[in-house]
Every structure is written in C-alpha cells, then in structure tokens.
Write a protein that binds this ligand. Structure first.
Ligand code: GDP
Length: 463
C-alpha cells in the first residue's frame, strides 16, 4: 500500500521562530522526546520516526543536521533563520488507536514539512492588482505611513525621474535598490512589517540580485497612457513578470499543496514595544493571513486549485521568556490578534487552534527573593552582550530574571492607549544539545507545549 503524505506548512514573519520550531519538532519526533500531550507518542504507539530523502528534487532541503550542529556547539548557538523555502520529510511508523486498523499491523505516514517566509504570503493581493494601482498604493504608504521617514531617499529618487521618459536600466536598478532599502529599513527598525510587500523585496530567497526584482512603483498620472519603451512601461512589464514567474509558482506549486499550516508569531516582542507595534503586527498578520479566506474571486480559485488547508494553528513562540502563569494569557492575546483571520479560516472549513509555546526551552523557572517577597522568575544564560540593568553578560553566566506578567484581560494589552506591558526581555542562550549517550540514544530537546501543537497538527492522523 502507498504511504500517505501529510504536507505541513510552517510559516511566520522573519525571526518568528520557524527554524527553531522545525528543528525541535523533528528532533523530538525522531528521538522520542517527552511529549505527554502528543497522544500517539505518550501512548507508546509510535514505533519510530526517521528522516527520508525528500520527494521534490527542485526544492532545497531544510538544513536539519546543520542546525543541530549549531545547537551542539559549546557554548550552543541559535541556528540560522529561514531565508527561503525548504523542505524535510520525516516518516512516522505507528500503530493506530483503532483495534481494527491495528490488526493490519504498523502504519506509516510521510510528514513533509515545508518552511517558508511569511513575507511571501503578502504577494497574494498583487495577483489581482495592476501596476498602476499597486504603484499608487505603495507611494501613498511611503508618503504617509508610520515609517515615512525611511522612504526619504526613494521618494527623492521618484521626484527626479520621468516615468513617461525613455526606459533606463540604471534608473530601474537605482529605484529598485532604494525601494528595497526603504522596505527593509522600516522592517528592521522594530521587526514589524509596515508594508504590503512585495514579499521578495523583504525576503528575496534565491532571487537575491535577480533581474526579476528590478522594478519599483512610479508616480503615474491616472488618465495618461504609458508610451511603449518608457521607464513606466519597462517597470510595469517587470511587475507582471514578478507575478508570473515568482508569485504564481509559489502559490501554485507550494502553498496550494499544503494540508495543514502552523503560523508562528512573535507576540512578546511587539507587546513589549507598546500598542503601536502590536497594531502593526496585527495589520501585518491580517495582510499575510488574507490568504486564508473563503471562496473569493475566480483568479484565486484558479491559483489555489480545489485543495484546502484543513487545520490551521496559530502559535505564539518563545513562551519560555515568561512564567508559566502567563502562558494562557499569551495564548488569549494571540487569539485576539488573529481573530479576523481565525474567523475567515473557520468559515472556509478549516479547524483553527491557538497555542503559546517554546519550541526550544532556554530557561527554567525559579524564585528570587526581593526583600521579604519571593518573586517567580526565569533562569537562563543571557546571550553575550545582553544587559540586565547595568550589567552586561558574557554569554556563560546564568541570571535570574523577573520577566513581568502579561495582563489578565487580553483586550488591555491591545488597547490603543495601553502602555508597553513592561516585560524584562532578555535573549537567552539555547540549551546545548549533548552528543548521543553510550547506547547511541539521542537526546531530545526541552520545550514548552510543543506536544500540544503536535497533537493538534498530527494527532488525528495517527489515531
Ligand atoms: P525564523 O526567522 O522564523 O526562522 O526564526 P528562528 O527560528 O531563527 O528564531 C529567531 C530567534 O528567535 C532565534 O535565534 C532565537 O533567539 C529566538 N527563538 C526562537 N524560538 C525560540 C524559543 O523557543 N525559545 C527562545 N528562548 N528563543 C527562541
């Protein structure tokens, strides 16, 4: 009998935790980690899980071994983040929970994990936009958006070129570079997206330096026709090529083939910056998650085909930065942030869940004494250069940090007039992955609630 395949998409904006999540998930599966809420494992029904050669030759492999190596260094380092699409196949041999199916012996499932930048989902709306409408929107955003200060050099460039003048490769190169710089600077300022893309300008993947990215919006006059061989005609043609050769293949060949999807979100960072950053995160997620909408226009149906994502999980990552008493609160805040997308996805027939997790737990909980009071704190090794008060850490010394609490009512955290939640946010070193024991047994990696995410995403398949 053919082994069935389940395609799990893992996405999220830059630094949301995709690489860490996939590495930890695979490691816990293949090494039989402690996963009490992932029932197939807890009930001892998983015989073994192992890596298999991946099925698609044209897709880069997720660098699982490289990431483990980084975690195995002394001192351990965090693996390199996702920059492009990659894939990994894990085969799971298990016994079904149903006695009838168990009578047929061991069952097998190929789990294909597809890692891709969430920024690429921003490109979906481009498919239904013309170059002129896209230009008008992007220029409006650059002039009046929250990060308009970053757009200065590019806007200056726009005022120096004539879109209706003859095409000019040098001008196209300059314009594209300044436009991409502006998008990246505003994103890097606070790790929140302030833009509607294009996705590859933020995360080019293998297209770094490609002519497919040599275009940018130009100020066009609404009723004026664009002469052939003009700069505007050249830019418009490249915009269309981007849609044809970049956006369409991604959605057709990868996104539309996913069965399940987990969207990782770094909620704690923006929460700590204050309500404006949270509002930006919410807007960015809304744009990214617009892809999970019902029915819609015929071009969308044609692009995505008949298949649907059956289960969608939103996960707030890095929960080891707060006390366990705040994990449910973090979950409630993410639920509120993604409310619209959740409603859209469940209307489209998907089962939707929310989880707060730490795929790789870098801290443990303890208590610190402050005068007569005992405060719950988290203990870990801050990364080199991290500061607590005036102390700068060297990357080897442990520290106990009182992380602060999240508000009990999630609406309070999202209110426009709320202050920052005031978490003490320290980047910790990951736990070191030890080499296999004398009997060849591989060590699992510590986590928080990774097992619940696994149960949501895979549990029913393995039942
Ligand atoms: P990606 O861009 O989505 O692939 O993000 P990564 O997986 O590379 O994660 C970015 C950074 O977030 C890492 O380098 C870590 O510093 C931090 N991080 C991710 N997951 C965890 C986690 O579970 N716990 C902690 N403490 N930090 C995490």
């Amino acid at each position: 009998m053919m082994t069935p395949t389940l395609r799990l998409g893992v996405t999220g904006l830059a630094r949301a935790g995709k690489t860490v999540f996939i590495t930890a998930l695979v490691r816990n599966l293949v090494s039989g980690g402690r996963l009490p809420f992932f029932f197939p494992e807890a009930e001892g029904r998983i015989d073994r899980a192992y890596l298999e050669p991946q099925p698609d030759d044209a897709v880069p492999r997720f660098d699982y071994e490289g990431h483990l190596e980084t975690l195995g260094q002394d001192p351990a380092g965090w693996p390199e983040s996702t920059r492009r699409l990659s894939q990994l196949r894990v085969t799971i041999e298990y016994r079904s929970a149903s006695p009838l199916r168990r009578a047929f012996g061991v069952s097998r499932l190929n789990l294909d994990i597809i890692d891709y930048p969430g920024e690429w989902l921003l490109d979906l709306p481009l498919m239904s936009e013309s170059y002129a409408t896209w230009s008008a929107g992007a220029i409006e955003e650059a002039r009046n958006g929250r990060r308009h200060a970053d757009a200065g050099a590019w806007l200056e460039f726009l005022s120096s070129v004539d879109p209706y003048g003859p095409k000019d490769e040098q001008a196209a190169l300059n314009g594209a570079r300044l436009f991409a710089d502006y998008l990246k600077t505003s994103r890097n300022a606070d790790h929140v997206l302030h833009t509607s893309g294009p996705g590859r300008f933020l995360m080019p993947g293998d297209l770094e330096g490609s002519p497919l990215l040599t275009f940018c919006p130009l100020p066009l006059e609404p009723k004026r026709s664009i002469p052939r061989n003009s700069l505007a005609a050249m830019m418009a043609r490249r915009f269309e090529s981007y849609k044809t050769h970049v956006v369409r293949p991604f959605f057709r060949d990868h996104f539309s083939r996913l069965d399940r999807q987990i969207v990782l979100v770094d909620v704690l960072g923006p929460l700590n910056e204050g309500p404006k950053a949270v509002a930006d995160l919410q807007r960015a997620l809304d744009a990214v998650l617009a892809v999970f909408r019902v029915g819609g226009a015929s071009w969308l149906t044609a692009l995505l085909g008949g298949r649907r994502i059956g289960k969608l999980l939103f996960a707030a990552t890095k929960a080891d930065h707060i006390n366990s008493s705040s994990h449910d609160r973090l979950e409630a805040i993410l639920r509120l942030i993604t409310l619209r997308a959740m409603e859209r996805a469940s209307a489209a027939g998907a089962t939707v869940g929310v989880e707060a997790l730490a795929a790789l737990r870098a801290t443990r909980e303890g208590q610190a004494r402050a005068g007569d009071e005992r405060l719950p704190c988290i203990i870990g090794v801050p990364m080199p250069g991290e500061r607590i008060g005036r102390k700068v850490f060297d990357g080897r010394e442990e520290a106990a940090v009182f992380p602060g609490d999240l508000p009990e009512n999630p609406a309070v955290a999202l209110a426009p007039d709320a202050g920052p939640v005031g978490l003490n946010f320290v980047r910790f070193r990951p736990p070191r992955l030890l080499p296999p024991g004398p009997d060849g047994d591989e060590h699992a990696l510590p986590h928080i609630r990774l097992d619940r995410a696994l149960e949501f995403l895979l549990g029913d398949w393995l039942a």
